[in-house]
Design a protein around this ligand. Structure first.
Ligand code: GCO
Ligand code: MN
Ligand code: MN
Length: 391
């Protein structure tokens, strides 16, 4: 039983990755600060944090790239037992197409046909692995799909190659009856200088060019749009509008900095609030995956606090969103701002010869329109007071 309003339960569908809670605190300037954990130990740590729904993995988070079949079997057995004892599911799987040197110049968009074919082959194997554990969402993040110098790759060809790979894998998904939905994850940079399909909107446009657009959606990540100085909430809203929000990666990130992967809600209080409110208002039902890791200073005990804090912050913001939606003064202001006009709305809803003529003939009082009040300062301050707990 939840002990307070902010205690997570599996119904919240919070998930972590083997690579998130298991992150050893390595960065480009420093060695790991925490001891590596086995997949089963990571699952136990998520179990200790309590209330999560599942754990996701890249193929090589679970099975090292050079493992023998016997080694793979032993790891899978331990992992399965850990899932059972912690009552955790594997809702999402993905492929590591970025760590091994073979992918130094990309995977699906590599200039080398052999590397492109290997990337597809590796993804097929990884899809089998995910299916063994019941995953139904398959994330594709093109970590190395990009360039440092555009002298090196033809960007139009890169789009075509990426499309060819996704089309092939959609057909494979159908053929094998895995029942996956693919979720494409955009990121503007890091680890490449420039990554193709830099923002969620890039993928929304790309999906419509695929052979099976119905099978493919997006997996936006808070940090990714944020590191480019963009408004993440607006990107998620566009994905929702297109019915393509299949999965979401929650974390935090100071705008325009290096890839920080901070705990959700730790930096951008206001943006995190509006994101949570958006997911609640639009009744998002998918998993909320915390794609973040504890500070490099944290020890194993503090990593548990990181996992607990990620879920708690979401629950706190969720409660705030309900408060916002039930706040009489805020709702009154929203009613003032959103002015309905049924006559004009009927006119502009659908183009007909009559609506065209009526609209052209309509006499607008531009000055009176411009003089209507928009008390946005008042509304934003009420929002601030509510978030800060003084309301
Ligand atoms: C990153 C990405 C990854 C992906 C993961 C799933 O910035 O490294 O967010 O963590 O989400 O590889 O495909
Ligand atoms: Mn990321
Ligand atoms: Mn991610």
């Amino acid at each position: 039983m939840p002990t307070d309003l902010y205690t997570p339960t599996p119904a919240d569908k919070f998930t972590f990755g083997l690579w998130t809670v298991g992150n050893p605190g390595r960065d480009p300037f420093g060695e790991p600060t925490r001891s590596p954990l086995t997949p089963a130990e990571i699952v136990d740590a998520i179990g200790v944090a309590g209330g999560a729904y599942g754990v996701n993995f890249h193929d090589n988070d679970l099975i090292p790239i050079d493992a023998s079949e016997a080694e793979a079997d032993a790891i899978k057995k331990d992992f399965r037992k850990a899932l059972r004892r912690n009552k955790l599911k594997v809702p999402m799987a993905t492929t590591n197409l970025f760590t091994d040197p073979v992918f130094k110049d990309g995977a699906f968009t590599s200039n080398d046909a052999e590397v492109r074919a290997y990337a597809i082959h590796k993804t097929m194997k990884s899809m089998q692995l995910g299916a063994e554990f019941g995953a139904k969402i398959y994330v594709m993040w093109g970590g190395r799909e990009g360039t440092e110098s555009d002298a090196t790759k033809d960007p139009v060809l890169a789009c075509k190659r990426f499309r060819e790979a996704v089309n092939f894998l959609c057909k494979y998904n159908k053929d094998q009856g895995f029942g996956y939905k693919f979720a494409l994850e955009a990121k503007p940079n890091e680890p490449r200088g420039h990554i193709y399909f830099a923002v969620t909107g890039s993928y929304l446009a790309f999906i419509e060019t695929l052979d099976h657009p119905e099978m493919v959606g997006v997996n936006p990540e808070f940090a990714h749009e944020n590191m480019a100085g963009l408004n993440f909430v607006h990107h998620v809203a566009q994905a929702i509008d297109a019915k393509k929000l299949f999965h979401i990666d929650l974390n935090d990130q100071v705008m325009c900095r290096y890839d920080q992967d901070f705990r959700f809600g730790s930096n951008s209080y206001k943006q995190s609030f509006f994101l949570t409110k958006l997911l609640i208002d639009t009744k998002y039902k998918g998993c909320k995956h915390f794609d973040s890791h504890a500070y490099r200073q944290s020890d194993a005990k503090d990593v548990i606090e990181f996992a607990k804090g990620s879920m708690r912050s979401y629950k706190v913001l969720e409660a705030k969103a309900h408060k916002f939606n039930n706040d009489k003064a805020i709702q009154k202001l929203l009613n003032v701002i959103n002015r309905e006009n049924s006559k004009l709305q009927t006119m502009t809803k659908k183009f007909t010869k009559k609506s065209m003529k009526d609209l052209l003939a309509y006499d607008f009082d531009r000055k009176a329109m411009a003089a209507k009040p928009l008390p946005y300062e008042e509304l934003d301050q009420l929002t601030f007071d509510l978030l800060m707990g003084v309301r």
